[in-house]
Design a protein around this ligand. Sequence first.
Ligand code: GAL
Length: 691
Amino acid sequence: MKFVLTIHLVWGMALSLLAQRAIIPADSLITVGTYYYPEQWAPEDWESDIKKIAALGFEFTHYGEFAWAAMEPKEGTYDFSWLDKAVNLAQQHGLKVIMCTPTPTPPRWLTAKHPDILIKNAEGRVIQHGARTHPSWSSDVYKGYVEKIVTQLGKRYGNHPAIIGWQLDNEPSHYGSPYDYSENAEKKFQLWLQKKYQTIEKLNATWGAAFWSLTYQHFSQIQIPNGKELVAQPNPHAILDFKRFTSDEASGFLSFQARILRKHIAPSQWITSNFMPFYESVDPGKSADLDFVTYTKYLVAGYDKGIGEQGFRLGSPEQIGLASDYFRPVKGITGVMELQPGQVNWGVFNPQPLPGAVYMWLWHAFAAGSDLACNYRFLSPETGGEQYHTAMLEKDRQTISSGGKQYVRFLDEIRQLRKSGASETMPADVKARKSAIVYSLDNRFEQDNQPQTDRWNYMNHLTKYYNALVRLNAPVDILREEHPLDDYAVVVVPAFQLLDKGAVDKWTQYAASGGNLVISCRTGQKDREARFWRALWAEPIYPLIGGKVDFYDHLPPGLEGKVQSDGQTFSWNSWGEILIPGPETETWAVHANQYYQGSPTVIHRRLGKGSVTYVGTDSRQGDLEYAIIQKLCQTRNIPVWNLPYGVVFNWRKGYWVGVNYSEQPYRHPVEDNRILFGKKEIQPGGVLVYK
Ligand code: GAL
């Protein structure tokens, strides 16, 4: 109990410190900006461009994340005169500035002088200079140069009143080559392993190195495990450690920069970075040195079909929600640093978003927890890498684009709302259904590497639970494992394959003290190092779930497994478990075909003041997950709504915002006099805001 209290105190203190360094005052609701690249335009254009940014109503601009070559044209020769001018122009026109470190794009003189700072992909190809994110986080030479440029920037702009905060790097990643196989990375990996295991014998034992004669005598013999260079599967423990190492390298790189900056900048300037949501090899929550984390979001680029025939123009409803709900709990606040402005250039195909989509995304981002929203970018590039990308203005640099108009409208409405201020008191019924999902990068690493069936996808599985909760209008936090749980009515722990006694104890305590824990298939099969227990299948969770996991099954493509619950039938194809109920469990769903027809696959029990529900099957459509969570809420008297998939409602700062990603209009029962913007019948791609 004392331990829990201490965690709460520390957590609470961390959040209140952050509130003091809030991105914007709470009653501003959200602040909105746009990216501008002075180094990409002639100096004589800057003033009129920046004037237009301000005239459109934007409140900040964003400079410098790719400008290293302009900042340090020759080794050790720094030129910030141009950036000074751009920052001062912003200030003169009433704009704040987010300043960035330019580390994704080292200048050519640097990569030419030190080609070994470049990453290597899994095929052994050294990544060329010419795009971005090509330097290795494991290269000390590169980090030496990073230290110098970041120091210069910190000294120069750390006390400039126009600068509200800093973005480190840009979308920390190596994009399509998420793992670095360079010699630098290999050496650092060996050191990382040495630190972790201390002795090579311990590593050999943990990795099961006796299998296929992997056994090492020295850490210096260890290679980065690389499926592309092996004729059979790599050692799973080596892969798990290599992925953990990569995520540590990413967060270490950001912490390294943040600590340098912190020496020079004013306490009022915050530090963040703009992460791609759920990019596998980078853990945005890991670098404790950031004040908060932001994300980038592009929904319409031909990849996401959305809902119905026109869904490709809106994206899926969970995209903005999942991202916000994942980034916000890290430090209690978040923002969307890049939000799609319209048509992009890099998709499989690049359709027009539905008219109004940009406006809807903005409202959704606000509603889902963003304190800032920014678009990439104010002007379309005339030359260079991202031609065809739309922006706030058309290519004539005068006409406001469709996306630009939607930003202006949103900004105008936010200004109207600011007059009535913000309320931080969440309505009691919303609070009563506040829920969480525990996202575990380790578990994802393990399952992405050993899915056991090509039907399995960790993120899809998690998303089914997320959508179920959103349809019930539960506010959801996607939590890191260490986050306290007792604030939440329902906590879902999806596919938590790797665990230890500490995790089981924490979840047991959560349920016993009144929480409703939902655990899904695959949980508890192995220890933290992905070694099976010398025990029955998932045995460490038996006391918690009150029953047993007998075995699991997979089906071939096209064959539907059937599960029944309360007279409804659900289909599955990826992962189905057969459970053995215990004396205290109720069976909530059974298999309805295959040779184990009639066997339980969902069991529920009371535990102390709360409950534990174990869901052994991953349904195809997520409808089983929805039905079970809905039943759980009914059973436990948790007040919920019942929304169709695609319609999302969030309460934020005193306002209700509804958005519609579905193909049907949705009529919301709200009194006319409460409506601020939109209509109670929300069209596909539409927005309703009410108080
Ligand atoms: C983002 C990236 C930006 C820009 C944009 C284009 O992912 O961070 O720098 O490339 O995509 O849509």
